[in-house]
Design a protein around this ligand. Structure first.
Ligand code: ARG
Length: 281
């Protein structure tokens, strides 16, 4: 594992912690329908380019010392590459997604099957719940998004299922339809987010609860700068982000830029393509 314990311009000591991720190769990637504002079926897409961008991300995670497992892509499920939506996995237990849109509904069975075959305790959510797209672990609390995809009562279901506190947040800008497009956990309970993506009440909650959060501006949010994967030291972000790399370096993180522009045509970037599998404590 690459390590750099003395990051950037602060005295903050950062340390990478090795993670366990689930990814799905975009063998069938395409944009033939639109369920978010990024998806425009009239624009050309390249499965080959999507595959090569995905592979770069995959190999980077492996090089950083993480364990990456793969789920077999299913023909016809174009969005399955965004594995973050497949489930929320905490303490060795998986709550598998129930998708809002018909186009993604069949992914649930594939994920449920994968978890069971691999020996994880897994069950499908009763409420509309789009997995780590809307549920992010920040230290001891689970941050939960709603507004576009996961329904408000899914937050109660998650609280009960994992027996952890859940902080509900409402998204108001349809470009940031999942929580993981507007907010990312950097380390423990350190987060970064784009304030304008949230309702006034949620912004107040975030400001109170996370006063030291990194605030990400509109241009960096618009290249999916918040759709980041952090291991506590390395933060994988889109290479198109402009201010964000310095903001992260100032906190002692090591930003790594990747090009995910092809997969952004489906409305996702690095985080959407990685589901973290958190083992039993
Ligand atoms: N096309 C997919 C959808 O709209 C993209 C999902 C992106 N995933 C994410 N974790 N934000 O559902």
């Amino acid at each position: 594992m690459r390590q750099n314990s003395n990051g950037g311009g602060t005295n903050q000591k950062r340390q990478a912690r090795s993670r366990h991720y689930l990814m799905c190769e975009p063998t069938f990637f395409d944009v033939t329908y639109s369920i978010n504002p990024w998806m425009d079926p009239s624009l050309p897409t390249s499965t080959e380019r999507g595959l090569s961008q995905w592979k770069t991300l995959h190999d980077l995670l492996v090089d950083l010392g993480h364990t990456v497992e793969l789920i077999e892509p299913v023909a016809g499920l174009l969005d399955m590459v965004y594995s973050a939506n497949g489930a929320t996995v905490v303490d060795g237990r998986a709550l598998v997604a129930r998708f809002r849109h018909e186009e993604r509904a069949d992914e649930s069975a594939a994920y449920l099957d994968w978890f069971r075959v691999q020996g994880w305790e897994a069950q499908q959510a009763e409420c509309v719940n789009e997995g780590e797209g809307d549920f992010l672990c920040a230290g001891d609390v689970i941050l939960a998004g709603t507004g576009f995809r996961s329904e408000p009562k899914s937050h109660d279901e998650v609280r009960e299922f994992f027996g952890k506190p859940v902080l509900g947040l409402t998204l108001v800008d349809d470009r940031y339809y999942h929580l993981d497009t507007a907010l990312a956990v950097l380390d423990g309970d350190e987060i970064m987010y784009h304030p304008e993506a949230f309702s006034p009440e949620s912004r107040a909650l975030l400001a109170e609860r996370f006063p030291d959060a990194v605030l990400v501006d509109a241009p960096d949010a618009a290249v999916f700068g918040l759709n980041a994967v952090s291991d506590g030291l390395h933060v994988i972000i889109p290479q198109q982000a402009e201010r964000l790399p310095d903001q992260l370096r100032e906190r002692g993180f090591e930003p790594i830029g990747v090009d995910m522009t092809e997969l952004l045509k489906g409305g996702g970037s690095s985080k959407c393509c990685t589901l973290e599998l958190r083992p039993r404590p």
